[in-house]
Design a protein around this ligand. Structure first.
Ligand SMILES: CCC/C=C/C(=O)SCCNC(=O)CCNC(=O)[C@H](O)C(C)(C)COP(=O)([O-])OP(=O)([O-])OC[C@H]1O[C@@H](n2cnc3c(N)ncnc32)[C@H](O)[C@@H]1OP(=O)([O-])[O-]
Length: 710
């Protein structure tokens, strides 16, 4: 786990060996501890170089070990202190990554040499933690409080060049890092080390320290959306700035104690693994990530250059593909060309054409036109004729039937969905949707392409709305029902924002455009002139229906783009939402017209109605085999719908709330609203509760048993 050998006559070279990222699990900590002791007592050794096996210094503590109440082996703090106290100089040779505990390890060394491609950082905040093994106390002493706080709070990876400027690295080199570190170590043998022991150093003084930390705390509170870890980061760094090292370490230990087994830390760490779980996809046919090979993709076409098409073009070009961007409307094409070039800052290989024929030779097509089945069917038919045999035909539809599009083509097995999220070049999520006839190779190729674009890709089955939008529907529906019953958009949004969403449901609808859902509802036959005539306004297919969104669109209120929606904006395209007296009036009249009596609605009811309805649909998605696991659903929600990471995604949240409580809540609301089928607890949830509410990683066993009985 920590290899020890003496090189160049006097240098103990200690190499951490724990693939793939040399995480500091118990055996590694033990190995390091023993290796340092050995170097200390080895009379031949006059200096030490610490490195990581296989081009990675160290990815930090082993996250898989967290959750164990008593971690075996020596504690990291103990190992690092032993290293800092060594009377022989210790040089860190940093290749690849030094993250979290890996950077703390490097900070306990007396010198740090990095490769020019190395990256260092403290990503603990993303795991609901902070650098709690001395990092929060040593880093500010090395680079000063403002730089340290920035690195610790953002969790960002710092490139070697910047780390050198900050003084975090002593030297950056392009050659073999270990060789350079060995030469350097020999050059400092016997030299005094006191100033290189960060625990001995005071923090560089900071003017207006109180004001600095007050401001930092204010900023963090406004951005953290209820997450505790960022606040703790500020408290710990303040400790470094004001306390002697040993007192700061005590504070660090106390703060870490409050976070380590917290619900937020568990949720954030669950997200770390859920993010990666999508890569191990499987299909109901048994096809899997490790048995299917992706086709090589070098060229792609994007059809339709609206907002989505432009973002997709940028994402593909940034992944190194040569892209043909096709848009039949000339003015839109010219505008898109300017926008894409701006986003790519002159880079990328993109050509433009008004003609579908330009897609003839590409390996893959992403269709991103208007959400209209008839238009899409026509395009798929044309593409099938125009493109060379074997071209993968994908669609960015957010709800429509993939299999129906596949039926328009010669090779339905080559059709899959690639559902991007706006803005497509920024949002991390990609839903890869397979239909009953999509080939495993097509799915593997889309998943591989997602990875190349840096996306969190999740393979899902074909149904209306797939996973994300299918679950969103009951959530939006509940929000509208709550307005009918007496809530305001402000009340509903405040509850959801307090929960941790960056934006409540009504602000989000205003941003994405109310007309989008209106068009979908028209397509589904829920609204439109021919549909509403002679029907009760608030019932469709014997279920409760809220026409509020349709009525808003009929008034021309599409959201931000028209300057008004659920809120008022100072101009079309304005961003700052203000309460609209018109809406209050409109809701009052609507309620009066339909004999609805407004009642007081609590934030708790808002959360339970909206979130439990969404979660209930999540269980149905699992039950139907549309998502392979709760982890996949949670990754979709965290990376595509801004579900707060510290709440772990909807399915994990349900497990934290307690499945029995979610079931009870749904039963209660369904009794009160029997005409809302989305509130009726689904059978998988009932079954899980009946099986004693197993932990989330055991749900699949109940799902399997459940499916075999269907
Ligand atoms: C004492 C309390 C204070 C806390 C201190 C800490 O250090 S907290 C920690 C602070 N450190 C961090 O937060 C760093 C977390 N790690 C990363 O950010 C990235 O892994 C990377 C940038 C190091 C490499 O990116 P990349 O795209 O090349 O690779 P990849 O991401 O696909 O990972 C490959 C495999 O390794 C696995 N695995 C990775 N790290 C850990 C780990 N620490 N542990 C366990 N496992 C880990 C990962 O799950 C995956 O497994 P799979 O799915 O194949 O079974």
């Amino acid at each position: 786990m920590a290899q020890y050998r003496v090189v160049s006559g006097s240098v103990a070279l200690i190499t951490i060996q724990n693939p793939p990222v040399n995480a500091l699990r118990a055996a590694v900590r033990e190995g390091l501890f023993n290796a340092i002791k050995r170097a200390s007592s080895d009379p031949q050794v006059r200096s030490v170089v610490l490195s990581g096996h296989n081009g990675t210094f160290c990815g930090g503590a082993d996250i898989k070990e967290f959750g164990n109440v008593s971690l075996p082996g020596p504690h990291l703090v103990e190992v690092f202190q032993l290293m800092e106290d060594l009377v022989k100089p210790v040089v860190a040779a940093i290749e690849g990554f030094a993250l979290g505990g890996g950077l703390e390890l490097a900070l306990a060394c007396h010198y740090r040499i990095g490769h020019s491609k190395a990256r260092v950082g403290f990503p603990e905040v993303n795991l609901g933690l902070f650098p709690g093994a001395g990092g929060s106390q040593r880093l500010p002493r090395l680079v000063g409080v403002p730089a340290a706080l920035d690195i610790i709070i953002t969790g960002r990876h710092v490139a070697a060049g910047e780390a050198l400027k900050l003084g975090l690295l002593d030297k950056v080199i392009d050659q073999n890092t270990v060789d350079a570190a060995v030469t350097f170590a020999k050059s400092v043998e016997g030299k005094p080390l006191d100033n290189h022991r960060l625990g001995n150093r005071p923090c560089p003084p900071l003017e207006n320290m109180d004001a600095f930390f007050e401001e930092a705390m204010k900023r963090v509170h406004s951005r953290a959306r209820g997450a505790v870890a960022p606040i703790t980061c500020v408290q710990a760094v303040r400790g470094a700035a004001t306390l002697p090292f040993h007192k700061g370490m005590e504070l660090e230990k106390m703060l870490l104690g409050t976070l380590f087994n917290s619900a937020q830390a568990q949720a954030s760490q669950y997200c770390f693994f859920a993010e990666r779980a999508g890569a191990r996809w499987s299909m109901p046919s048994g096809a899997r990530w490790d048995t299917c090979k992706a086709k090589p993709i070098g060229t792609a076409a994007v059809i339709g250059l609206g907002t989505m098409g432009r973002g997709i073009t940028v994402a593909l070009a940034r992944a190194g593909l040569s892209v043909v961007a096709v848009e039949t409307q000339e003015h839109q094409l010219a505008e898109a060309q300017r926008a894409v070039s701006r986003m790519l800052k002159g880079g990328g290989r993109v050509s433009y054409s008004p003609d579908l024929q330009a897609a003839a030779e590409v390996d893959l097509v992403v269709e991103a036109v208007f959400e209209d089945m008839a238009i899409k069917e026509k395009i798929f038919k044309q593409l099938s004729e125009v493109c060379k045999p074997g071209t993968l035909l994908t669609t960015n539809t957010s709800t429509l039937d993939i299999d129906r599009l596949a039926s328009c083509t010669r090779d339905p097995q080559l059709v899959v969905g690639m559902h991007f999220f706006a803005p497509a070049h920024i949002m991390r999520l990609l839903e890869v949707v397979y239909g009953p006839r999509s080939s495993p190779e097509a799915v593997a190729t889309a998943m591989q392409l997602g990875k190349r674009m840096g996306k969190v890709s999740v393979a899902v089955g074909n149904c209306t709305g797939f996973v994300g939008n299918r679950m969103l529907k009951p959530y939006l529906e509940q929000a509208n029902f709550l307005l009918e019953e007496g809530a305001t958009p402000e009340l509903v949004d405040a509850a959801l924002e307090e929960f941790g969403f960056p934006m409540g449901v009504f602000k989000m609808s205003d941003l994405s455009g109310l007309d989008v859902g209106w068009r979908v509802r028209k397509e589904e036959g829920l609204t439109g002139p021919g549909v509403t005539a002679g029907q009760p306004m608030r019932i469709r297919h014997s279920r409760r229906y809220s026409p509020l969104g349709d009525l808003m669109c009929e008034e021309g209120r599409y959201g931000q783009k028209t300057g008004s929606g659920w809120y008022l904006y100072d101009k079309p395209g304005g961003r700052v939402a203000r309460s609209d007296p018109w809406l209050r009036n409109f809701l009052e009249q609507y309620r009066a017209r339909h004999g609805l009596v407004a009642r007081r609605i609590s934030q708790q009811e808002v959360l339970e109605r909206c979130l439990y309805a969404l979660i209930n649909e999540g269980f149905r998605v699992l039950e139907d085999g549309i998502a392979a696991s709760p982890q996949n659903i949670d990754a979709i929600y965290v990376f595509g719908y801004s579900w707060p990471k510290h709440r772990g995604g909807p399915m994990f949240y349900a497990s934290q709330v307690g499945l029995a409580r979610v079931l009870e809540g749904l039963n209660h609301y369904h009794q009160a609203h029997p005409d809302v089928p989305h509130l009726e607890p689904c059978s998988l949830l009932r079954r899980l509760v009946a099986s004693g509410s197993p932990p989330i990683d055991k749900w699949s066993e109940v799902v399997k048993g459940h499916r075999s009985q269907l």
